[in-house]
Write a protein that binds this ligand. Structure first.
Ligand code: JQB
Length: 228
């Protein structure tokens, strides 16, 4: 999978060099390229923003550098362009699954009060465009949202996570929260590991874990049980 990111803060994405995703990049499974939007400006101050037409607080990202950056990264292979936005459809495990089947995703990370609307309209004339929100709260730009989405998507690409079974067992894929996990020692600060996990009775362990999942989900996230 190829992933391009357009941003005025490329250093934020240095964190994607580490861990499983870093390994997947070195192995060539994920081809991730970070582009500095300011490299597509032509003035001495590398300006990317300006005051909003119609007035109001804050600044808006000018369309010209965005046009040139997207011209550079879109290519001719039917990419999906994702603009992280508080006004987008809410990201989910289902969407991560869907996007993990894409060949090429471009993330356009806005800042300030957002990007001139004509950039989104122009891009939609040339590519598939989705506005996606990380959740119902406000952050200062698209970068942190793109990072979370990239990690959720890339780990579902075959070969990125070593043991594919660990993807099946975890939260949200099964529609339930995860059961609690324990490791050695068997007693720590007077707290014992539940005896059933040391019993060797695999049917009883599976039953106990399923009960913990259901009980936890009913208590913390009853909306997940209401059925999607
Ligand atoms: C600028 C962003 C998010 C991208 C996601 C999420 O645009 C704005 N509007 C109101 C307040 C603040 C901003 C700042 N901003 C580009 C941009 C915010 C994404 C964003 C997001 N995805 N919250 N905020 N879940």
């Amino acid at each position: 999978m190829r992933i391009d990111i357009v941003t005025i803060f490329p250093a934020i994405f240095d964190a994607l060099d580490v861990s499983l995703l870093g390994k997947a990049r070195r192995n060539g499974i994920i081809d991730l390229r970070v582009k500095d939007l300011r490299d597509y400006t032509h003035d001495r101050h590398r300006t990317v923003d300006d005051t909003p037409y119609g007035g109001g607080a804050g600044m808006v990202m000018r369309p010209e550098p965005w046009g040139e950056a997207l011209d550079d990264v879109l290519g001719d292979g039917d990419p999906l362009v994702v603009f992280p936005s508080p006004a987008g459809e809410v990201f989910s495990q289902r969407m991560a699954r869907e996007l993990s089947a894409e060949r090429h995703i471009v993330f356009g990370c806005g800042r300030y009060e957002g990007i001139d609307q004509r950039v989104l309209d122009d891009t939609a004339d040339r590519a598939r465009v989705r506005l996606v929100s990380l959740g119902d709260y406000v952050v200062n730009g698209g970068e942190v949202a793109a990072m979370a989405m990239i990690e959720a998507i890339a780990r579902l690409v075959p070969g990125v996570v070593g043991n594919p079974l660990s993807l099946v067992e975890e939260s949200h894929e099964g529609g339930l929260l995860e059961y609690p996990s324990y490791t050695k020692p068997p007693v720590w600060r007077g707290r014992e590991v539940p005896a059933v996990l040391l019993s060797g009775n695999h049917a009883a362990i599976a039953r106990w874990r399923r009960e913990r999942q259901l009980e936890l989900t009913r208590r913390v996230r009853p909306d997940l049980l209401a059925g999607e």
